[in-house]
Design a protein around this ligand. Structure first.
Ligand code: M6P
Ligand code: ZN
Length: 193
């Protein structure tokens, strides 16, 4: 059926990250309760979930088949905030199909893109409006909002790539982004010992 898919144009609003028209768009929302165990400060996590279970981020994706040979795209809106001293972040994932890349283009705010490979190589790039990061095949990726407004970026990756979250169940990413003396700092994750 894929060859019956029609060309599509949508509007991406850089301030809000919304994509119009709505019927061409899917929305996903992640709250703190979807990320239990991922922040170092488990007490702060539970207290925040009990108080209000904040919305951490939303994704808008264009309604395109998630299969080869399509290119999936959309926006991520990551809200400002912290759990303990760790900034709000996405879950982070490898692609199930390792031989697939991704690109992020920042529309608003400021963040970090943490990346790492299964062999232990790590990378961290600050990302601000107008800047792009390329996520090569084999690199897991997590985004972190270090500003005081929404961090909004456009993403695109191959259909069928899939998301593999399991690698991070036990220890998380090798680097954390924390606030130190009022500034964001990329530090090693102490769970790696
Ligand atoms: C970006 C893309 C999506 C991903 C999202 C949130 O928008 O990489 O594929 O789903 O970030 O990241 P995660 O799925 O790791 O929570
Ligand atoms: Zn991805």
């Amino acid at each position: 059926m894929d060859d019956l898919f029609h060309p599509l144009r949508v509007e991406v609003f850089p301030e809000s990250g919304l994509i119009a028209p709505e019927q061409s768009t899917n929305r996903t929302a992640r709250h703190l309760s979807d990320m239990r165990g991922m922040y170092q400060d488990t007490q702060a996590t539970e207290a925040m979930i009990a108080a209000a279970d904040p919305l951490l981020y939303q994704l808008y994706s264009a309604d395109i088949p998630d299969a080869v040979p399509h290119l999936l795209f959309g926006t991520t809106i990551l809200y400002p905030g912290k759990v303990g001293n760790e900034y709000f972040m996405t879950r982070g994932h490898y692609h199930q199909v390792e031989n697939t890349a991704e690109v992020y283009y920042c529309l608003r705010g400021s963040g970090y893109i943490l990346m790492e490979r299964r062999d232990g190589q790590v990378s961290a790039h600050a990302l601000e409006r107008g800047q792009t990061v390329y996520i090569p095949p084999g690199w897991a990726h997590r985004s972190v909002n270090v500003g005081d407004e929404e961090f909004v970026f456009f993403y695109a990756y191959p259909g069928g790539a899939g998301h593999d979250y399991e690698a991070f169940d036990a220890l998380g990413f090798r680097n954390l982004v924390v606030e130190r003396e009022g500034q964001p700092a990329v530090v090693p994750n102490p769970r790696f010992g």
